[in-house]
Design a protein around this ligand. Structure first.
Ligand SMILES: [Zn+2]
Ligand SMILES: [Zn+2]
Length: 195
C-alpha cells in the first residue's frame, strides 16, 4: 500500500477510503445542497468530512472531486501530482472523458489490485496515461417527471452555464492518452509496489 494511502481514514472493515468518496453523518438526510458563487455559478456543495461518519464507496463528494480535478490532486491518496509527472485515469475501454480524478501511477496500480469492482472488471477496465488533461463541466439542467436529473456538458468556465445549470462535477478529457487494459498495464508497465 503506498504510504499516503495507508494514512487515509478507514471504513469499518479497515479499508482505506479514497479521498474523493462521500462520507455521511448519522443525521444526514441526503438532501442535495445547491449554492452559488461568482467563480462557479450555481453548484452542488457538500459538507462532509473525510473520516467523520460512514463512507459510501462509489459515490464521489462533488466538492473534493472538483478540487482534485482543478488542483491536479490524486483521487485516491489526495496528494498533488507534479505538473511534469505522468498521471493515470481508470475507466471503461476507450472512455473519452473521466469523472474520477487523476491518480498517481502507484496509486492506480494499487487500486487496480485491491478494488473489488475494478478487479472483477478485468479486461474491460482501461488505463489512460497522460501528462495533462482538459476539463469540462457536468451540469444539471433540470429534473424529468420521473425524478431523473437531466445533464449537459459545458466548457470549463462558460459564464452562460452559470445561469442555466447547476455544476456538479468536472469531467477530465486526457490529452493524447496512451491506453492499456488494466491487467496488461499492471503486468508490463505499472510501477511496482515495494514489499
Ligand atoms: Zn462531501
Ligand atoms: Zn496518489
Amino acid at each position: 500500500m503506498p504510504p499516503p494511502v495507508a494514512r487515509l481514514p478507514r471504513n469499518s472493515a479497515g479499508r482505506p477510503v479514497p479521498g474523493n468518496i462521500t462520507w455521511y453523518e448519522p443525521d444526514d438526510n441526503g438532501a442535495t445542497l445547491v449554492t452559488r458563487d461568482s467563480e462557479k455559478g450555481a453548484h452542488i456543495t457538500c459538507p462532509c468530512t473525510p473520516g467523520s461518519g460512514t463512507p459510501r464507496f462509489g459515490e464521489q463528494c462533488p466538492v473534493r472531486q472538483r478540487q482534485f480535478m482543478t488542483q491536479r490532486q490524486c483521487g485516491l491518496c489526495t496528494q498533488g501530482i507534479r505538473p511534469t509527472d505522468q498521471l493515470v485515469f481508470i475507466g471503461e475501454t476507450n472512455a473519452q472523458y473521466y469523472l474520477e480524478p487523476p491518480l498517481h501511477p502507484l496509486c492506480a496500480a494499487y487500486a487496480l489490485q485491491v478494488c473489488p469492482v475494478l478487479h472483477a472488471s478485468g479486461e474491460r477496465i482501461e488505463v489512460a496515461l497522460t501528462h495533462s488533461y482538459t476539463l469540462a463541466e457536468d451540469r444539471i439542467t433540470g429534473v424529468s417527471a420521473d425524478g431523473t436529473m437531466r445533464r449537459s456538458v459545458f466548457a470549463f468556465g462558460d459564464p452562460v452555464a452559470h445561469h442555466l445549470a447547476v455544476l456538479e462535477f468536472y469531467l477530465a478529457f486526457p490529452d493524447t492518452p496512451e491506453r492499456r487494459t488494466g491487467p496488461k498495464w499492471l503486468g508490463q508497465r505499472a510501477p511496482r509496489l515495494l514489499p
